[in-house]
Design a protein around this ligand. Structure first.
Ligand SMILES: [Zn+2]
Length: 344
């Protein structure tokens, strides 16, 4: 089979390669991939700029949906032909205290598809059955392949943050995860929703309006802090979700959050901070990180996608065969499309 392999740390060390069929164990399934979403982290590995360890060579892709081609002898609850999606924690130590309490997403030794073990940008991938969830027939496999980023957003907005109906919410960073966080905030009952970007995000900010943002800021270089002083009662946002891929956006978050408000940080940024955290103290802000997702979140998100309550239409802009991976990566990297899906 032909898969998309990231073979070294040097920039652009990604190519299509002939690969052996995966061999499965008794607790695994052979997963026939019908759709694999392109994630920002795939783009980071493509440019060699990731901050995590990669087990080279490795097949990229951790957002995927498909059909079970074969089951191991001990697999129960799933059979050949079932439509499924897979979580991302491919390898977890069974005796970890975090695994035991269902927080395997927070276990430092876990390994994920696409960097730790071979991922889904190939016709077949080996998947432990514990990672699987059924996909209802009302949900297409292309849309189902985006369950994973939806779960990242659900965890950040609906589990780790508290949104009450009418709360004002600002999302900093209109990439795929930021836009999905905006969609989740609306679903959770947010009042006035503001999505904040930079001039290069003009297209993505238009998408933000389609998914429910009342206001978008940054496309014309607006002063966000001044705007916030004139917004509502002038005290700032109940919740700021920081999904920008730079550390500095936390300063903006602290400037625009209201006293006793919350900041949830989802975006990564390896740069050290060079500003005072005194506003965090002065405003008594609750600041929390949010990472990945676990089983109950997947079940909720699949139901929301199947019912149409999460509309991926404005976000899923390109479905391509695997051999057009480079064009799809480039279009996503440039922001011309929000999200692309490959069909291996
Ligand atoms: Zn992802």
């Amino acid at each position: 089979m032909i898969g998309l392999v990231n073979y070294a740390r040097d920039p652009h060390s990604v190519e299509l390669r002939e690969l052996p069929m995966p061999e499965i164990g008794e607790d695994d399934v052979l997963f026939s991939v019908k759709a694999a979403g392109i994630c920002g982290s795939d783009l980071h590995q493509y440019s060699g700029k990731q901050s995590w360890l990669v087990n080279y060579p490795v097949v990229l892709g951790h957002e995927f949906a498909g059909i079970i081609a074969k089951t191991g002898s001990r697999v129960r609850g799933f059979k050949e032909g079932d439509r499924v999606v897979s979580e991302t924690a491919a390898v977890i130590p069974a005796d970890s205290p975090y695994v035991r309490q269902g927080l395997y997403n927070l276990e430092p030794k876990r390994l994920g598809f696409g960097y730790g073990v071979n991922g889904a940008m190939a016709p077949f991938v080996k998947v432990p059955a514990r990672c699987l969830h059924h996909v209802p027939t009302s949900l297409s496999l292309e849309k189902a392949s985006l369950t994973e980023p939806c779960c990242v957003a659900y965890n950040a907005v609906c589990v780790n943050s508290r949104v009450r109906p009418g709360d004002t919410v600002a999302v900093i960073g209109p990439g795929p995860i930021g836009l999905l966080c905006a969609a989740m905030a609306k679903l959770a009952g947010a009042g006035h929703l503001v999505v904040i970007g930079i001039p290069a995000d003009a297209h993505r900010l238009e998408v933000a309006r389609k998914i429910g943002a009342e206001t978008t800021l940054g496309a014309k270089g607006e002063n966000i802090v001044e705007w916030t002083k004139n917004f509502g009662d002038g005290y700032g946002f109940d919740l700021v979700i920081d999904v920008a891929g730079v550390s500095a956006s936390l300063k903006l978050a602290l400037d625009i959050v209201r006293p006793a408000g919350q900041i949830t940080k989802v975006g990564w940024g390896s740069q050290p901070l060079n500003f005072s955290l005194d506003p965090l103290v002065l405003k008594a802000v609750t600041l929390q990180g949010s990472f990945s997702h676990n089983w109950p979140i997947w079940e909720k998100v699949i139901a929301l996608l199947a019912s149409g309550k999460i509309d991926l239409g404005p976000i899923l802009n390109r479905v391509s065969p695997l051999n057009e991976w480079r064009e799809a990566f480039d279009e996503m990297h440039s922001g011309r499309i929000v999200k692309g899906v490959l069909k291996p």
